[in-house]
Ligand binder design. Structure first.
Ligand code: TYM
Length: 328
């Protein structure tokens, strides 16, 4: 069977990069695959989190899933910390991962570079991520480009475990879309759009108001050539905006080029803002309805039951394969 699993960390407010690279893909793929979408809260605490904020943001990510159009009747939506098998298989995956492999992860290097008090868990994070995926026997994992190295490691760990202990895990494939897999900052097309950028105009948040969105796009950097043309090599800033238009407006990049042929950047940016606003407004409305609701609690409780059932089966198989004494 074809199964997907993926998730968005509850750290920082969600920006439209995460929507483009991940959430919008989840919504699309739920119809093709049996789906598990989770909130990786255990991953969030690899860096310090304020308990109140972690609590609220975890609900928020789950609310975005539903608000963006994931159908909780079809897909399983759950919180990672409510499924203990993640931590347990995470430990087992740490026994399979090599120090050198983890040390090569570029996200670890970026996140630890120049910092003091880096947690051990930030280093072993990819082993936990592998367990997230392998527990559900996911065949596919939709992610943005920055997660592909972690996916490669997951595949290596699955292969390694299977060859040592017998076929236990499905070896998953990443799904990385051409459009939207790497949304760049509005202030610099060489830096990923990220909430950690101190310049607030560099990103658009899922909850930004229309006036804010219009202002941020009007200030987005472009180039001096004046043509709305899709060409990452020579026009990265404009290409980034074209991808956003394409994704939010559900048209091809060629259509965007044709539509704004000879029109200059002013008209293009104005319409881009409207296209993004049109997509975000209904999501924002539904988000506010659901985020603190009992309805969301019920979805998450139901999701945790289903997830515990699925994950439990795989964990037991993995433990048996390794030789642990189990009574089932
Ligand atoms: P996270 O929370 O940093 O990001 C969530 C997803 O959003 C994508 N993304 C982007 N895509 C395009 N442009 C951007 N600017 C952008 N910013 C973020 C990310 O690629 C990701 O797909 N380790 C993961 C969370 C995780 C996970 C998993 C994902 C934990 N376990 C198992 C998949 C499967 C992370 O930190 O993503």
């Amino acid at each position: 069977t074809k199964r997907i699993l993926s998730g968005i960390k509850p750290s920082g407010d969600l920006n439209i990069g995460g929507y483009a690279g991940a959430l919008s893909q989840f919504v699309k793929f739920q119809h093709e695959f049996e789906s598990f979408f989770f909130v990786p809260d255990l991953h969030a605490v690899t860096v310090a989190q304020d308990p109140k904020e972690l609590h609220q943001r975890s609900r928020e990510i789950a609310a975005y899933y539903v608000a963006a159009g994931i159908d909780p009747e079809k897909a399983t939506i759950f919180l990672q910390s409510q499924v203990p098998a993640h931590a347990e298989l995470g430990w087992i995956m740490e026994t399979q991962a090599h120090f050198g492999e983890l040390n090569r992860m570029t996200q670890f290097k970026e996140k630890s570079d120049g910092k003091e008090g880096v947690s051990a868990s930030l280093f072993t994070y990819p082993a936990l991520m592998a367990s997230d995926i392998l527990l559900y026997q996911a065949s596919h994992v939709p992610v943005g480009e920055d997660q592909t190295q972690h996916l490669e490691l997951t595949r290596d760990l699955a292969d390694r475990f299977n060859s040592r202990f017998g076929k236990t895990f499905t070896v998953p494939e990443a799904i990385v879309q051409d459009i939207g897999c790497r949304v760049m900052g509005l202030d610099d097309p060489h830096k990923k759009m990220s909430k950690s950028n101190p310049n607030q105009a560099s990103y658009i948040l899922m909850l930004d108001e229309p006036a804010v969105i219009r202002k941020k796009f009007s200030r987005a950097v472009t180039d001096s050539d004046g043509q709305v043309r899709y060409d990452w090599e020579s026009k990265p800033a404009v290409s980034n905006l074209i991808e956003l238009y394409s994704l939010f407006g559900e048209v091809s990049t060629e259509d965007v080029e044709r539509r704004f042929d000879g029109q200059g950047y002013g008209a293009f940016k104005k319409e881009l803002a409207e296209v993004v606003i049109a997509k975000l407004q209904p999501i924002q409305q539904r988000f506010h309805e659901i985020v603190n609701s009992a309805e969301l609690d019920e979805i998450l409780k139901r999701g945790a039951r289903k997830a515990n059932e699925e994950a439990g089966k795989t964990l037991l198989a993995a433990k048996k394969a390794m030789g642990f004494v189990t009574f089932d």
